[in-house]
Design a protein around this ligand. Structure first.
Ligand SMILES: C[S@@+](CC[C@H](N)C(=O)[O-])C[C@H]1O[C@@H](n2cnc3c(N)ncnc32)[C@H](O)[C@@H]1O
Length: 296
């Protein structure tokens, strides 16, 4: 599976991304594309994350008993071989999403944290202050994610703060400050107003934001975004737009970020896969997911 994904990610790097880069160069927003063997571009098993340590006095088997009664999005691994299986390929994402190995001295904001994996991961990488925010899934009736977050916090003892707040309400005043590193993973394609969301993200970013999203229309050499009316993408009415790479760069720039880099792509052919459409693997994907670093 990893080998297949690796070859797809490598192939992806030589297709529409290159055309988009040429376009970006023409409009004076040069964004060097990583070499095929650059860190973060290729998935390597040895780079998958270490298991989380448990807080003193906390037992892995007690955690497993508590976790078994709940539904999980993120997949967590703990010392002693304990594992909580979510339906998200979290380990693979960590490798691709560009979070630095060391976050000592940095403040980190994780927007749309869900079960909180990336917030807890930032805390164990040494961040001095981590704030995890969410609204949607934390407020749905009968949804486990907010309790999951609190369970992981209790069993790891990691110092992650939380705040229930919508993206539409984010501001330095609402959060108390801006943050050195902002994680904005898996939220942008939900936005009915992508530029408005990115302006909010920019307002709370002091250093840079890592932005991960569905991307689409990768065969179009102009900034463009696919619109998914109703529940067209994955049967989920909360999915709204899949921008192409040039559109993400342009949106970030218009939102006030000074510089944008494309870091990695994964899940090629995502939109076609979700729709059950046949895929011609000899052609570059026209959709997938991608990660960007946008500097304040
Ligand atoms: C696909 S999940 C991504 C979870 C996690 N960031 C990751 O990448 O693994 C989207 C998350 O964004 C949150 N979200 C979406 N729209 C939001 C909004 N307008 N305000 C606050 N949270 C939102 C959802 O509640 C959910 O936790």
């Amino acid at each position: 599976m990893r080998e297949r994904l690796r070859s797809l990610v490598l192939r992806y790097g030589s297709g529409p991304a290159a055309r988009v880069e040429r376009y970006l160069h023409r409009i004076a927003h040069p964004t060097p594309r990583p070499a095929a063997d650059a860190p973060g571009w290729v998935i390597t098993p040895e780079a998958l994350p270490e298991p989380f340590a448990l807080a003193p006095g906390r037992s892995g088997s007690d955690l497993m008993n508590a976790a078994a009664k709940r539904t999980w999005y993120h997949t967590f691994e703990f010392e002693g071989g304990y594992r909580i299986e979510g339906y998200d390929p979290t380990g693979m994402k960590v490798k691709l999403f560009g979070v630095p190995e060391q976050l000592a001295g940095k403040t980190v904001l994780d927007i749309g944290t869900y079960d909180g994996y990336f917030a807890f991961d930032a805390a164990r990488r040494g961040a001095t202050d981590v704030l995890a925010t969410d609204s949607w899934v934390w407020l749905w009736p009968d949804e486990d994610s907010h309790g999951n977050f609190q369970l992981i916090k209790e069993y790891t003892g990691l110092p992650v703060r939380e705040q229930i707040i919508r993206v539409e309400e984010l501001s330095p005043e609402a959060l108390g400050d801006a943050f050195d590193v902002v994680l904005f993973f898996g939220v942008l394609y939900h936005a009915p107003d992508p530029l408005g969301y990115l302006r909010r993200v920019r307002s709370v970013t002091r250093g840079y934001a890592l932005i991960e999203t569905v991307v689409d229309l990768l065969d179009i050499d102009r900034p463009a975004a696919a619109f998914y009316p109703g529940a067209m993408l994955n049967g989920d009415p909360s999915n709204n737009f899949g921008p192409n790479l040039a559109a993400v760069h342009g949106l970030c720039t218009d939102a006030g970020f000074s510089r944008v880099e494309t870091l990695a792509m994964w899940s090629p052919h995502l939109v076609e896969n979700l729709a059950g459409r046949p895929i011609d693997l000899s052609k570059p994907p026209t959709s997938g997911r991608a990660v960007f670093r946008a500097w304040a």
